[in-house]
Design a protein around this ligand. Structure first.
Ligand code: F6R
Length: 244
């Protein structure tokens, strides 16, 4: 539990740096799983600062983003491809060919093949070393909405009502929020060697309490992180305020 979101972002960024530097020292690549949304922006800013001011080198980093809306053109204002470029990739030196983000611009019949290929690419990279996550008010990690289970892999999913409401301001009105998304599955996430979930703000307090204190269950997919042997929640005081 951190006093403020700034301290949380710095610590999460330090964890990422520690991994990257340890892997570099071993002559190995670091494979990161990455989220979008408002919560990780501070982490990305701190990593960019480390790159600019302290020479943190991302040339041996491989990244896999969690999700993307469907349908979504990569250059659209709300696209997670665009979000990642603007908030992170344009400012650090991750090689273009090392960046992976699920595609939201494929015809529906091609999504299943693309999702299976995404899983294969993660495997081929040696699996995810460190998975950074946010949490939605529906309990989702990635876009694993209620009903998701640890057997799920990367796939197309229908977005929950709460998720579409929370995204409404990005799309001007709720009716413009896409109904579907492509997301890594709970199983894909649980396969990562380390997981850090970050949550800030009072509005996340009820779902953080459920995620941590309820038994693992399909209604709140974040509860499945309790099954992981190296998963940590980084929360600020506001998001921790309902923990008992
Ligand atoms: C986004 C993602 C989602 C978000 C979650 C929280 O790639 O996977 O699970 O992390 O919806 O979003 P924010 O941080 O905007 O509250």
């Amino acid at each position: 539990i951190f006093d403020d979101p700034g301290g949380l972002a710095k610590q999460a960024a330090r964890q990422v740096r520690t991994l990257i530097e340890a892997k570099q020292a071993a002559g190995d690549i670091a494979v990161l799983g990455l989220p979008t949304g408002s919560t990780p922006i501070g982490v990305y800013q701190e990593l960019i600062r480390m790159h600019r001011e302290e020479g943190l080198d991302f040339s041996s980093v491989v990244t896999f983003n969690l999700d993307e809306y469907v349908p979504m053109a990569p250059d659209s204002l709300q696209s997670y491809h665009r979000f990642m470029r603007e908030n992170f990739f344009d400012h650090v030196n991750v090689p273009e060919e090392n960046i992976h983000i699920p595609r939201g611009d494929l015809p529906e019949r091609e999504i299943e093949t693309h999702a299976a290929e995404y899983e294969r690419l993660i495997q081929r990279a040696g699996g995810i070393d460190l998975m950074l996550l946010g949490i939605g008010r529906s309990g989702h990690i990635g876009f694993n909405e209620p009903g998701s289970t640890p057997d799920d892999r990367t796939r197309l999913i229908v977005l929950d009502e709460i998720t579409r409401k929370d995204a409404a301001s990005d799309f001007f009105e709720e009716k413009y929020v896409p109904r579907e998304a492509i997301t890594m599955g709970v199983g894909t996430i649980l396969d990562a060697r380390e997981v850090i979930l970050i949550a800030t703000g009072e509005h996340k307090a009820p779902i953080v309490r459920q995620a941590v204190e309820e038994e693992p269950n399909a209604q709140v997919s974040a509860t499945y992180l309790q099954l992981h042997n190296n998963a940590t929640f980084y929360v600020d005081r506001a998001a921790a305020s309902e923990l008992t």
